[in-house]
Design a protein around this ligand. Structure first.
Ligand code: HEC
Length: 136
């Protein structure tokens, strides 16, 4: 048992440090989602699409959503508030997306806080990735 845990730990830390595929990331978020919610029943691209566009009133009085910066078509380039270009967030238009677990966690951290004023749960992260990898 202990040995299995050590091996799992090694697998997790290497997949975190090295290039991953969106499917690898989904597997990690799936494991987390099951821990967060025993009724977890899989990720949904439809829910991810709604999440991506859902506008929320921020406590600063501005309406904000993921699509505020990433645009409502994730195949398009987006823009930061300072008008800097953001390369497309959908892997079909930008194959580097969701291939670096540390980068993905860093930006989920920042952007969920920015839009939702809280951290995203694993279910939301997985739905989001599931939606974006399904965009053709
Ligand atoms: C204020 C602008 C802004 C908003 C709003 C925003 N993002 Fe982003 N997002 C960025 C920027 C800037 C980057 C990093 C630059 C880049 O990777 O091109 C980024 C990158 C990401 C990445 C990294 C993906 C990868 O593999 O490269 C994820 C994940 C992400 N955003 C998720 C979200 C989610 C989820 C929301 C909504 C809850 C959201 N973003 C809303 C600006 C924004």
């Amino acid at each position: 048992m202990r040995k299995t845990l050590v091996i799992l730990g090694v697998i997790f830390s290497t997949t975190n440090a090295l290039a991953a595929t969106p499917q690898d990331l989904l597997k990690q978020y799936e494991a987390q989602a099951k821990q967060e919610n025993s009724a977890f029943a899989g990720f949904s691209a439809d829910r991810g699409a709604i999440f991506f566009r859902a506008e929320r009133m921020h406590s600063n009085g501005n309406k904000v959503s993921c699509s505020t910066c990433h645009t409502s078509d994730p195949r398009n380039q987006g823009k930061t508030r300072a008008n800097k270009v953001i390369e497309p967030i959908a892997p079909i238009a930008n194959p580097q997306r969701f291939t670096d677990a540390a980068k993905v966690e860093k930006w989920f951290g920042r952007n969920c806080k920015d839009v939702l004023e809280r951290a995203c749960i694993a279910q939301e992260k997985g739905d989001y990735i599931q939606y974006l990898i399904n965009v053709k």
